[in-house]
Design a protein around this ligand. Structure first.
Ligand code: ARG
Length: 460
């Protein structure tokens, strides 16, 4: 027997292995909701333009809703012989309502159908992921406001650099995620365009109303060019690119959380319920969740490369290559959904170990720049001040003393410009409070920044 959907011109049945090899039903069944929604919009439009009668349209829509119920209750059996989600649903529909079901595919191709399904799918996932991202940002902003006065060492090259507010550090993470959110919204504009009506590649001879199906499916508009509509997947690549940036950011945060949760840093306590133990070492509490998120970033980076490679040599218009877009896209969504959920659930319960952070900030000469700035205010050129403070740091290393632990006369041995008021400048509190401008780490600035960040997410 040749294939029931397209076997007319074939002299023999498809090789069993080839049928298996070319089928996508194993994974594209995930698109059943979008596929049915697209078919309902198409049938509605066909009846409005007189291609289907109103009665035929009603039968088709009722039938599609019944097929959907069967899928959701698990009664519908997927068939590899029926290749993909489109033909599985069409067959189930025809089994239910008879010959009328065979009219659904009038003026349409699986090529515009799959392009429609994928766009609807990514659009809806962008909306879901945006909500998860917002939940994570909310958690970060709340924690940042609560920790505005918590002082930790800020690092460059992972070496102690200058004291910063822990809240300021958390708001740096929020800025990364804020840009990711904006990128998702921007990507959505190019995703939410209807390819339906492009048919196989050239359009169709029926008097279709593409604006109408676009409107019924919540698309912003119909696409311009039928060849482009069925072949292009750049919107999916763009989504994956945005996803890769999100994972890269989550991976950086993960790295810091893992470091901070170690006995050596001891800056934070992660909730027990987000950690796991060791089967041999009874003392272990491992930060598995951030470690896994860090590890999972590679999947999405890989999917981005897969999709670029998938697209790069395809001639117009549709090619079967595009069937390979689904698994990377689905795994990108799953990885993002899981990672964002884990972070959004975990972040509000991170406990800052304020004293340990403070002590760490007090080591490593973190206020050396403050001393140099102090000398500049007393009239020294900055480069000379840098040299003076460098010498006092060398002395401190030798003596095992931080700058704030030196006596006034010890400090004065490096510069006569140093007077009693220097000790105010050498405190951690004085150091952070002095960086009191937009984007600076002064606690008052951090509180204002948290308020602005909060307002931005309220506008969503
Ligand atoms: N399963 C196909 C895909 O994922 C659907 C479109 C197939 N079109 C075709 N003419 N074979 O791209």
């Amino acid at each position: 027997d040749t294939n029931s959907a397209w076997g007319g011109r074939f002299a023999e049945a498809t090789d069993a292995f080839v049928a298996e090899f070319t089928a996508s039903i194993g994974f594209d069944q995930r698109l059943y909701r979008q596929d049915i929604a697209g078919s309902i919009a198409h049938a509605t439009m066909l009846s409005e333009v007189g291609v289907l009668t109103s009665d035929e349209k009603d039968q088709i829509i009722d039938g599609l809703n019944a097929v959907k119920a069967d899928i959701e209750s698990g009664t519908l059996k997927w068939s590899v012989a029926l290749e993909d989600i489109h033909m599985n649903i069409e067959k189930a529909l025809t089994d239910k309502i008879g010959t009328v079901g065979k009219k659904l595919h009038t003026g349409r191709s699986r090529n515009d159908q799959i392009a429609t399904d994928i766009r609807l799918y990514i659009r809806d996932e962008i909306d879901f992921l945006s909500r998860e991202l917002t939940r994570l940002q909310q958690g970060l902003i709340t924690l940042a406001a609560a920790e505005a006065n918590t002082i930790m060492p800020g690092f460059t090259h992972l070496q102690t650099a200058q004291p910063v507010s822990f809240g300021h550090h958390l708001l740096a993470w929020n800025e990364m995620l804020q840009r990711d959110y904006e990128r998702l919204q921007d990507c959505r504009k190019r995703v939410n365009i209807s390819p339906l009506g492009a048919a196989a590649l050239a359009g169709t001879t029926y008097p279709i109303n593409r604006e109408r199906t676009a409107e019924l499916l919540g698309f912003d508009r119909a696409s311009e060019n039928s060849l482009d509509s069925v072949s292009d997947r750049d919107f999916g690549i763009e989504f994956t690119h945005t996803g890769a940036l999100i994972m890269m950011h989550l991976s950086r945060m993960s790295e810091e959380l893992v470091l901070w949760a170690s006995a050596q840093f001891n800056f934070i306590e992660l909730p027990d319920r987000f950690c796991t133990g060791s089967s041999i070492m009874p003392q272990k509490k491992n930060p598995d969740v951030p470690e896994l998120v860090r590890g999972k970033s590679g999947r999405v980076f890989g999917h981005l490369m897969s999709l670029l490679t998938l697209m790069k040599s395809q001639p117009l218009a549709y090619n079967k290559d595009n069937q390979e877009d689904k698994e990377p896209l689905f795994d990108t969504v799953d990885t993002l959904a899981g990672s964002l959920r884990a972070f959004a659930d975990m972040v509000p319960h991170i406990k800052a170990k304020r004293e340990a952070m403070y002590e760490a900030a007090a080591r490593g000469f973190s206020t050396a720049t403050d001393l140099a700035d102090y000398l500049v205010k007393k009239g020294l050129p900055f480069r000379d001040a840098h040299e003076v403070v460098g010498q006092s740091v060398a002395y401190g290393i030798e003596q095992g003393k931080d700058l704030s632990e030196m006596s006034l006369s010890e400090l004065q041995s490096f510069s006569n410009d140093i007077t009693e008021d220097v000790f105010q400048v050498l405190t951690l509190e004085g150091s952070v409070a002095a960086r009191d401008h937009l984007g600076g780490t002064a606690p008052e600035q951090v509180i204002q920044a948290a308020k602005r960040a909060e307002e931005k997410i309220k506008e969503r």
